[in-house]
Design a binder for this molecule. Structure first.
Ligand SMILES: [Zn+2]
Length: 92
């Protein structure tokens, strides 16, 4: 297979979403990857809610994401580097 036009790096789980909640947003169709999602919170039904910021109009859109993506994004958010190294680091 040949890549005709290389997109930016995706770590899998990229999905198409439309910008905007109801009246807000520009309605662009966006390819949203895990790296674009933040503010994940689990739903009672096991799925996750996350936000992404439209690259066109900077509107934040809330989307439901599958649990396997929500968990990954949530783990990434919790592993954000802190200014001071924690002495209570877990050994993997
Ligand atoms: Zn937009």
């Amino acid at each position: 297979m040949k890549v005709l036009r290389k997109g930016r790096q995706q770590d899998g789980g990229a999905q198409e979403y439309t910008c905007g909640n109801g009246n807000s947003g520009c309605g662009s169709l966006l390819l949203v990857g895990e790296g674009d999602l933040y503010c994940t919170s689990p739903h009672h039904d096991g799925s996750y809610r996350a936000k992404f910021c439209c690259s066109e109009c900077r509107t934040e859109t809330d989307v439901d994401v599958p649990s396997h993506i929500g968990i990954k994004v949530r783990n990434r958010e919790m592993k954000k580097p802190t200014a001071t190294p924690s002495p209570f680091r877990h050994h993997m």
